[in-house]
Design a protein around this ligand. Structure first.
Ligand SMILES: [Cu+2]
Length: 475
């Protein structure tokens, strides 16, 4: 590990170890159990058979207290093989929860796998990295609390966003591969409302650009739609620490806070210098932590996530006791513009001394809707050219989007610094997933401090599944 990546974390974890020598072990004599299983949820009044990850207390996902090891047994009860990736964690490569790089095999139905590593604090998540299971909601929050979380006087609320279809994922993909999808630049729902689209949204569209390639049946916030949203009881005039996670397979959102201004505190689990915002873009795989000061009027506050290029939205409601909870339409009045780098350009990592990159690699994000194939440097995974680096190097990767869709690019096993946006150097956020818009260029820089083979891919599941994946490799 290099000083640049880990100085702060090392100091923090060393302090915790000293303060609580054996608390973790005493609290959990046996490892935690996480169960991948089938479950039924209700979507718009209809039962839907989906997958899920149940934590030791019966809740979806996992919350680890400060200093606790990520020591758990994952049991597979979904009726087919799976593997679960700990998105945002930086374990040794054999515990990353992927099979493509050869360290692990799929976990057979009825089988299990054990994990034990020091987790990274922050808002993270876990999801299947096997086939298209992520589209069947095999995903859940993975929150690792730190000392700052204990000190903060705010109620924590986690929101996991999803896109959902009653159709089998394979059917959706077959439709795409067969050219059955709409690709006129907007989704079908959007097409129907083009007349109502405001000019600012149109102004962000480039000719030929595509936003949404699949028509989903619903968008979910903590598994629910706005027909029957989750209502979280909060304190009048209190503070809420929102952990927003975009677990959608193929959808990027704009999230707002019902007219309130929020403060961005962290992205992808990494602190940033606070930024005041009325809404935030959230691409697939990304997380954002928002501190909200609630009003003293006792009114309910919706937290709404609207799909880019569409009016469709989902969300939850923060409601002080006694507040009337308004019915919220699942379509906004206006079509949302494409998600962009407007927030990214404002973000500055907190407590990071980025050092200059020693080597720069350039990759092109390529592919098309017709045929439906997404690639890196015109190569799919089977034909990949790995990004080979040396241990200890600080590596910059410039990603140039030459395709007509945006790509949220995710690097496993590392967090990187956003070092340039469209050629302009920035001291940006530390992240593990960054959006590269259509026609855009984003440079990331990371320390090669976790040797192995690491997936590097687009987090639009359909793009990854059709080829948009390579690997970063070092011995
Ligand atoms: Cu993509």
């Amino acid at each position: 590990m290099t000083l640049r990546l880990s100085r702060r974390q090392f100091v923090a974890s060393a302090a915790l170890v000293l303060a609580t020598p054996a608390l973790g072990r005493m609290a959990y004599a046996a490892p935690l159990t996480l169960t991948a299983e089938r479950r039924t949820i209700e979507v718009r009044g209809k039962p839907a058979s989906v997958l899920g990850l149940r934590g030791p207390g019966g809740e979806s996902g996992l919350v680890l207290p400060p200093g606790e090891a990520f020591r758990l047994r994952l049991e597979n009860r979904i009726g087919e093989p799976t593997i679960i990736h700990w998105h945002g964690q930086t374990p040794p490569p054999d515990q990353d929860g992927v099979t493509d790089t050869g360290y692990a095999r799929p976990i057979a139905d009825g089988g299990f796998a054990d994990y034990d590593f020091a987790p990274r604090t922050g808002t993270h998540w876990m999801h299947s990295h096997h086939g298209l299971q992520e589209m069947r909601l095999l995903a859940a929050p993975l929150i690792v609390r730190g000392k700052d979380d204990l000190a903060r006087d705010a109620q924590e609320v986690t929101v996991l966003l999803h896109d959902f279809s009653f159709k089998a994922p394979e059917e959706l993909v077959a439709g795409l591969a067969g050219g059955m999808m709409n690709h006129g630049g907007m989704d079908m729902g959007g097409m129907g409302t083009m007349g109502g689209m405001d000019h600012s949204a149109m102004g962000h569209m480039m000719p030929g650009m595509d936003l949404n390639d699949v028509e989903f049946d619903a968008y979910l916030a903590n598994d629910r739609t706005l027909d029957d949203p989750q209502v979280v009881t909060v304190e009048t005039g209190g503070r809420v620490y929102l952990r927003l996670i975009n677990g959608a397979a193929a959808t990027a959102f704009w999230v707002d806070f019902g007219g309130l201004t929020g403060t961005v505190m962290a992205v992808d689990g990494n602190p940033v210098k606070p930024v005041e915002v009325a809404k935030v873009p959230l691409a697939q795989g990304q997380r954002i932590d928002i501190l909200l000061q609630l009003g003293t009027d006792g009114a309910a506050v919706p937290v709404l996530a609207q799909r880019e290029g569409d009016r469709a939205r989902t969300g939850i409601v923060l409601a002080p006791t006694g507040a009337s909870v308004p019915r919220i339409a699942d379509k906004a009045a206006e079509v949302a513009p494409p998600v962009d780098l407007s927030l990214e350009s404002l973000l500055v990592a907190e407590g990071v001394d980025a050092r200059p990159a020693e080597v720069t690699r350039r990759i092109r994000l390529t592919g098309s809707m017709m045929p439906y194939v997404w690639t890196i440097d015109d190569r799919s995974w089977a034909d990949r050219l790995p990004v080979a680096v040396k241990p200890g190097q600080c590596v910059a990767v410039e990603m140039v989007n030459e395709s007509m869709m945006a790509h949220p690019m995710h690097l496993h096993g590392h967090h990187f610094d956003v070092a340039a946006l469209n050629g302009k150097p920035v001291a940006g956020a530390r992240r593990d997933t960054v959006l590269v818009p259509v026609g855009g260029r984003v440079t990331i820089a990371f320390d090669a401090d976790n040797a192995g083979r690491w997936l590097f891919h687009c987090h639009n599941l359909l793009h990854m599944a059709t080829g948009m994946m390579t690997e970063v490799t070092y011995a």
